[in-house]
Design a protein around this ligand. Structure first.
Ligand code: SF4
Length: 423
């Protein structure tokens, strides 16, 4: 799943135990950066809402047992991309992210069709980052070679745990050995940008078991690691099991220890933390997700996808069948609308300011540039949030350094308390 889709669930330790919030911002037609008067380059999120089974903890917009729909869904997705790209006059784009669901269920010909639509409808940068989320156990060596041939240059594998009993608890179909095999095939296929996703704070999970998972994951040699605390989302079997007393409630103190342990192990192994839940080797930060955290525009395509463009935040109809149906009429729509839109919200300046603060403070090194804030909103950050910044700084949760406002290490554990002060 893409970061925005997972926004409401698998956040940092901190966030899990507290609140969540949305994304976004934009302008008209092709977006223009007011300071340089050049078209803003978009990030494109493509949602693939199909999975082999639904995992016990998952509340994403994804469906099991509908894989027969995939070819027609791919055509609908290509239609939506073509329509929006044409309405915007074939604007620049620099990242494409296939999220889900399980995008690795898409056959290569379906992916090729979608990527052809992207390239025909957007001016894709030569060095564009093209990510595909994949579940270990759904890929073969030939499939990965085929992905590389289509131009996909970054893979994100949902590893989650190295322990069979934890993977079973999560209803994941793979074993850690499948992840190791997938990583080795991906390297052989020429992928030099690999993310591995992990989940911690599982019921019954000990600190030692988590340490083993992080150590084994590091032994696979990834370029990027995401680690999110388990979140008990409404409507999921996992939440029901915990609330019925069949599984223990995750312990927030243990979750914080796990988070700090992961950070320490990753740091020792040459990874830089650049976001609350994301670590990378130098040069391997996820450019697509940075677009969200910098609160820059992105276009979402597919069932239930979210977007942020032309001063609006929007989302598409959830059900893949309804999405396919809506795209079948082919009527042109003004940018950034498409026939699949279900909800559109016009953003006020205050919305954008609040979201920029909340998203930007997730970036643990970059934080929020005071100069950029003043340029973007025509008002110094100190003037707008002077009291909040002073109080949070006095509590040791925020720091200002080199013209940037960012969370302190202590602040990373209490991110949502900080974010709430700005919205
Ligand atoms: S594979 Fe991922 S998207 Fe699919 S059900 Fe499991 S957690 Fe959800």
């Amino acid at each position: 799943m893409g970061w925005v889709e997972r926004w409401g669930r698998a956040r940092s330790v901190v966030t899990e135990l507290m609140v969540g919030a949305p994304d976004s911002r934009a302008a008209r037609g092709v977006w223009y950066n007011s300071s340089v008067s050049e078209p803003i380059s978009y990030s494109l999120y493509l949602h693939i809402p199909y999975c082999q089974v639904r995992c016990a903890y998952c509340d994403f917009n994804t469906y099991a047992g509908l894989n027969d729909q995939i070819p027609v869904y791919a055509r609908a997705l290509a239609t939506e991309i073509t329509g929006v790209g044409a309405a915007a006059g074939r604007p620049p784009a620099h990242t494409v992210f296939f999220g889900g669901g399980t995008p690795s269920l898409l056959p290569l010909d379906a992916l090729g069709l979608i990527l052809d639509a992207v390239r025909a409808s957007f001016r894709l940068a030569d060095d564009a980052e093209l990510t595909l989320e994949a579940n270990p156990g759904t890929v073969t060596r030939d499939y990965l070679v085929g992905l590389r041939g289509l131009g996909i240059n970054r893979l994100s594998f949902g590893v989650q745990s190295s322990h069979p009993h934890e993977l079973r608890l999560l209803d994941r179909l793979h074993l850690f050995g499948d992840a190791a095999q997938a990583v080795s095939w991906a390297r052989a296929a020429g992928f030099d940008d690999l993310n591995l996703d992990l989940i911690f704070a599982l019921p019954h999970q000990t600190l030692d078991q988590w340490r083993q998972t992080v150590d084994r994951t590091l032994a696979l040699g990834p370029d990027h690691v995401s680690a999110y605390a388990l979140s008990l989302e409404h409507g999921t079997p996992m939440r029901a099991w915990v609330y019925r007393g069949l599984l223990p409630m995750p312990d927030p103190d243990l979750a914080a220890d796990m988070y700090l342990l992961a950070h320490e192990l990753l740091k020792q192994n040459g990874f830089d933390q650049y976001e609350i839940s994301n670590w990378s080797r130098p040069g391997h930060a996820c450019r697509h997700n940075l677009q969200y955290w910098r609160n820059l525009p992105y276009l979402g395509f597919g069932a239930g996808a979210h977007g942020y463009a032309a001063g609006q935040r929007y989302s598409n109809v959830l059900a893949p069948g309804a999405y396919i149906e809506r795209l079948s009429d082919g009527a042109p729509s003004p940018f950034p609308t498409s026939a699949a839109r279900q909800q559109t919200t016009a953003l006020s300046r205050d919305d954008e300011i609040g979201e920029t603060m909340m998203m930007g403070l997730r970036l643990t090194q970059e934080g929020i540039s005071l100069t950029e804030f003043a340029r973007r909103f025509g008002q110094p950050l100190e003037q707008r949030f002077g009291r909040e910044v002073r109080q949070l700084t006095a509590r040791g949760l925020l720091e200002t350094d080199g013209g940037r406002l960012r969370l302190t290490e202590a602040g990373r554990l209490l991110g949502n308390q900080v974010f709430l002060e700005f919205v």
